[in-house]
Write a protein that binds this ligand. Structure first.
Ligand SMILES: CCCCCCCC(=O)SCCNC(=O)CCNC(=O)[C@H](O)C(C)(C)COP(=O)(O)OP(=O)(O)OC[C@H]1O[C@@H](n2cnc3c(N)ncnc32)[C@H](O)[C@@H]1OP(=O)(O)O
Length: 216
């Protein structure tokens, strides 16, 4: 486990910290709804202007006290690692789906997901960079589950078919081999019937000084 710090000591204490994380996750979820509403809105222009003014006021309230350090990366009460600020899995990060990654007994990983309208790239389809980001994280998680946590060295993505948003999909990944600090992983995003839409292979490097759980 590693900890970036960033929370004041009183907030980091027990139940207080849990309640705060829950509140931040709720804020993150509401903001995701806002982002999609903005992307899809068709209200009249004067309403857009009025909402924009209200949002500016809300943004100002949140900016009155801002963290200067990243969110912590730590185990939750259920023992599952969590990183609320992460762009892929972070409950408190509106950019995150958030992806919920499960490990299998075979030490592979899987995540059920549905992209959002805000992930659009080509009209009606998901942006290729967003698919790559999801696979990057999932492959990294697979390397970690296999006992070789690391940073992405290379990521190769093959886009087989356009990826829809708003539909259930399944992402899976598994470790293929390791040599010293280098670990190769592969994964894919597929339709529920198994049709592969995007597949990726990645090389993850365990930086010197990291243990089997990440930075120490
Ligand atoms: C559970 C959570 C999952 C989270 C997943 C998140 C994934 C991410 O997004 S990580 C962020 C994106 N990646 C990065 O920012 C990485 C930036 N790069 C770095 O920090 C460093 O270059 C790092 C850590 C990859 C390698 O640094 P370092 O440990 O000094 O490696 P170094 O000693 O030079 O090389 C070790 C070996 O790896 C190889 N290698 C290093 N970098 C690369 C690379 N990019 N591509 C291919 N091979 C590489 C070297 O050739 C060497 O091989 P060999 O042992 O055969 O000679």
């Amino acid at each position: 486990m590693f900890y970036y710090g960033g929370m004041t000591p009183d907030l980091a204490s027990a139940g207080n910290a849990e309640a705060r994380q829950a509140a931040l996750a709720t804020l993150g979820g509401q903001t995701r709804e806002l982002i999609d509403a903005v992307v899809l809105t068709d209200v009249p222009e004067d309403e857009i202007t009025a909402v924009t003014a209200e949002l500016a006021a809300l943004t100002g309230r949140l900016r009155t006290l801002q963290r200067t350090a990243p969110q912590s990366f730590e185990a939750g009460p259920d023992g599952v690692p969590r990183h609320p600020g992460n762009a892929v899995i972070g409950s408190a990060n509106p950019h995150a789906l958030p992806l919920i990654v499960e490990s299998t007994p075979e030490r592979t990983v899987r995540a059920e997901l549905a992209f959002r309208p805000s992930h659009e790239g080509p009209p009606g389809w998901v942006h290729g960079g967003v698919s790559a980001m999801i696979l990057d994280h999932l492959l990294g998680h697979a390397a970690a589950v296999a006992g070789s946590p690391g940073m992405t060295g290379t990521l190769s993505v093959r886009y087989r078919r356009p990826v829809p948003y708003g539909e259930p999909l399944l992402a899976t990944a598994e470790h293929t081999r390791s040599e010293g600090r280098k670990t190769w992983v592969e994964g894919r995003i597929a339709l529920p019937d198994g049709t592969v839409l995007v597949e990726a292979t990645g090389l993850f490097i365990t930086p010197s000084g990291w243990g089997r759980s990440g930075p120490e």
